[in-house]
Design a protein around this ligand. Structure first.
Ligand code: SF4
Ligand code: SF4
Length: 427
């Protein structure tokens, strides 16, 4: 880590970014990061790594991707948990999760997509149309998936602007669906091999399964520490760790998260926390929060609560389940991958009762005082599940607050009032 600031403008210009707009984005996100994260009291020292990663989010990491591609490597951009990073790495590629967590270029987006599209999809298109995302421009291939209808159709539009491959995801989890999904993994391997020019061997896949499992294990440790009261890490910082997991270098990130987990375990044992013991403990469930969407966590923690878990794709759904590591043939590994990935409980599936079971289990394990069910406006799948989630959780004796919002700051005042009243009530 050098102290001399590096000017990356030439690299960004070479990627075709709109430099004035990109400078404006960096300034806005940098300001937001400082105000949201650096003002937190008593943060773990290990968060210094994530602060550094965020300070270089469009700099050093993009340079690493750039150098990798210049040496013949291929970068694959993904938008959903169902796209297996293990396969991308086994084919010699690098996987990056593309962010879609801020409002950008909506005027251009709304010329293509209806206004009443969820913020995540609008953001995904806005970063492309506004030419402000270097990760998108570094991606040799984007991978979409047939999850919700909005995403599925938006990928058709995105595919007109960039090399994009879509995986067909079944919407049920019967044995025949697992078999179909496995066949999609086989086709995806062929696509990756064509892209990278490298064969996916059993040896390479075994190594990448272990490597990605190690990353998930490190995140499991970080998140397990949040069961302590007081929690040794804020919800904002824990959320950031999962958001960064999608694009950072895998072995380095794993090492740094294990170091953070060591520190958190010591803090928990010593009773050191980020909020006073007894502060209202909140579990958030619902639609994923892509970078830089920190809105709800910030509202809860500024109001005196502490978020101790996220049942979402930027949370437990990402790190909880591991791929079996015992297989030795490619066929067996594909069985294991198909099974593990189809076990993610996304609202695009029917039925999706596993998600409610997960929420109830996490609420108990993390000793939460309340659950906030979070849905983005126009996200039909999570909005429809919301009533059933609320009823089951309330029947289990845990209070629930249902929130529907988007990425704008317009409703922050109103949401803060509702969250403050909820925290008051649960205590
Ligand atoms: S909520 Fe569903 S569609 Fe969205 S990232 Fe998660 S698994 Fe994919
Ligand atoms: S938030 Fe909902 S509507 Fe938006 S992409 Fe995800 S599943 Fe689809």
């Amino acid at each position: 880590m050098s102290d001399t600031p590096v000017d990356y403008h030439q690299m960004w210009a070479d990627l075709g970014l709109d430099l004035p707009m990109h400078d404006a984005l960096l300034e806005a996100v940098g300001g937001m990061y400082g105000a949201t994260f650096m003002s937190q009291a008593n943060r773990p020292e290990g968060m210094g790594y994530l602060d550094f990663v965020m300070s270089e989010v469009h700099g050093l990491r993009i340079k690493e991707l750039d150098d990798f591609r210049k040496s013949g490597g291929k970068v694959v951009g993904t938008y959903c948990l169902y796209v297996p990073e293990e396969l991308i790495r086994a084919a010699g590629g690098w996987s990056v999760g593309i962010c879609a967590g801020a409002e950008w270029a909506y005027d251009q987006v709304e010329q293509i997509l209806p206004r009443n599209t969820c913020a995540l999809i609008k953001s995904m298109m806005g970063f492309k149309l506004g030419k402000v995302c270097p990760y998108l421009e570094e991606a040799d291939l984007l991978v979409g998936e047939t999850t919700c209808d909005g995403k599925k159709k938006a990928y058709e539009e995105l595919g007109k602007m960039q090399n994009l491959y879509t995986m067909e995801l079944p919407q049920m989890k019967r044995p025949k669906d697992v078999a179909f999904w496995r066949s999609e993994l086989v086709d995806f391997i062929a696509k990756l091999e064509e892209l990278t020019g490298k064969k996916v061997t059993a040896e390479a896949l075994k190594a990448s399964i272990k490597e990605v499992n190690d990353k998930r294990r490190a995140l499991q440790r970080v998140n397990a520490a949040r069961a302590a009261d007081p929690s040794p890490i804020s919800g904002l910082d824990a959320l950031l760790a999962v958001q960064v997991a999608f694009y950072d270098d895998v072995p380095r990130f794993t090492q740094m998260m294990n170091a953070l987990a060591d520190e958190l375990e010591k803090r928990a044992a010593a009773g050191i926390g980020v909020a006073p013991k007894g502060a209202p403990r909140i579990l958030i469930t619902g639609t994923p929060m892509a970078l830089p969407n920190w809105k709800l966590h910030e509202i809860v923690e500024k109001a005196g609560g502490v978020v101790v878990g996220e049942e979402m794709c930027t949370g437990s759904r990402y790190y909880e389940k591991l791929v079996d590591e015992d297989a030795s043939t490619l066929d067996e590994m594909l069985d294991d991958l198909a099974e593990k990935y189809l076990d993610i409980n996304c609202a695009c599936f029917t039925p999706n009762t596993g998600r409610i079971d997960d929420i109830i289990r996490m609420a108990g394990d993390l000793k939460v005082d309340g659950v906030i069910d979070y849905a983005l406006s126009f996200c039909g799948t999570y909005q429809i599940e919301s009533a059933g989630v609320a009823k089951t959780v309330q029947d289990a004796g845990v209070p629930v607050l249902r929130i529907e919002t988007d990425y704008s700051a317009e409703d922050v005042g109103q949401l803060s009032t509702r969250v403050e009243a909820f925290l008051e009530m649960v205590k």
